[in-house]
Design a protein around this ligand. Structure first.
Ligand SMILES: [Ca+2]
Ligand SMILES: [Ca+2]
Length: 324
């Protein structure tokens, strides 16, 4: 009798085990994952529900942006990055569209580095292109970022740089963007040790930008920052922003980020969530199973995700989390 019971239990375990394995294997090897739609994460932006976003800095196609169903898209303020390519107010309104495809458009802006193709740049500042500012270059201009050609470190706390950024903001507001997405906030980290309170200098700078642009464009003009999410632990900083974008949280390209990296990021970003800020995650995984895992992780944590190509040169669409 006892033997029979044991035998039946063994059979159940074997059957159960193999059914589980078959299920697992089928999940590993078929890409039907892509067709399994995931739950949606929703944020409220100026009274509008947004549940998806995209990020695109190069090869911007106005028609594609217009036709896209993404609720929020981050783009450059200029077609080719320089002054000639600046989008006009009618072009921005065209891209924002109306009706079913109405969307928020945020303009990318680097506030922590100078880019040598922008409207404010003068060739004489580094005429010999050795990455070191030439005599006569402005005091705020620092050395070129060795990892990013054409991008120069700036003493971001200097009033002359702030004035350049204000001029830049004027252009973005005139064009009719709904907000800004500020990059290179982590410039404060570069100057730690060189100047005192570089974190507070960045927090004040973001605050000055926020006050300036909201005064000009209205309170609904949205202030987003990218990365440096450790600053979210500062309550003054939180007051200056409406949302944050974060890259490389769950995946660094195709590599799973380590637990401490993820946990710290999630902890910091939850400060934004707790204060009703919008959280946008951009990771760069390539395989469809990693993308599925990325979107699942974002949903579990209540963040909006977008799996992008590192070049940010096309508008991605995924069946597993379609733009709506
Ligand atoms: Ca030089
Ligand atoms: Ca949507």
């Amino acid at each position: 009798m006892q033997k029979k019971v044991v035998f039946i239990i063994v059979i159940i375990i074997i059957l159960g085990g193999s059914i589980g394995s078959i299920y697992l294997i089928s999940n590993l090897f078929n890409n039907d994952n892509d067709n399994e739609e995931l739950l949606r994460v929703e944020f409220n932006m100026n009274g509008v529900v947004i549940d998806d976003f995209a990020y695109l800095l190069q090869d911007i196609n106005k028609e594609t942006i217009r036709n896209s169903k993404y609720d929020l898209i981050i783009i450059d303020y200029s077609l080719d990055g320089n002054e000639e390519g600046e989008f006009s107010n009618s072009e921005v309104n065209y891209m924002k569209s109306t009706g079913d495809n109405e969307k928020f458009l945020l303009s990318y802006i680097s506030i922590g580095e100078a880019e040598n193709y922008r409207f404010y740049w003068e060739e004489s500042w580094d005429a010999n292109h050795d990455g070191i500012p030439d005599p006569g270059a402005p005091n705020w201009l620092d050395i070129e970022n060795p990892e990013w050609e054409g991008n120069y470190k700036v003493k971001f706390w200097m009033i002359e740089w702030e004035q350049i950024i204000f001029n830049y903001l004027d252009k973005i507001v005139t064009a009719g963007f709904d907000g800004i997405y500020m990059d290179i906030i982590d410039a404060y980290d570069f100057y730690q040790g060189e100047i005192q309170n570089s974190d507070w200098k960045m927090i004040d700078f973001v605050g000055n930008i926020s006050s300036y642009v909201k005064n000009e464009a209205g309170d609904n003009f949205s202030i987003f920052v990218q990365n440096a999410d450790e600053l979210l632990l500062n309550s003054t900083y939180l007051e200056h922003i409406d949302g944050i974008g974060r890259e490389d949280l769950f995946y660094f390209d195709n590599i799973v980020t380590d637990d401490s990296w993820r946990d710290q990021g999630i902890f910091n970003l939850n400060k934004a969530i707790d204060n009703n800020k919008i959280v946008l995650i951009t990771d760069y995984p390539q395989s469809s199973s990693l993308k599925y895992d990325f979107y699942s992780n974002c949903i579990t944590n209540g963040f909006l995700g977008y799996a992008a190509d590192r070049e940010l040169d096309n508008l991605k669409e995924y069946d597993l989390y379609p733009s709506t």
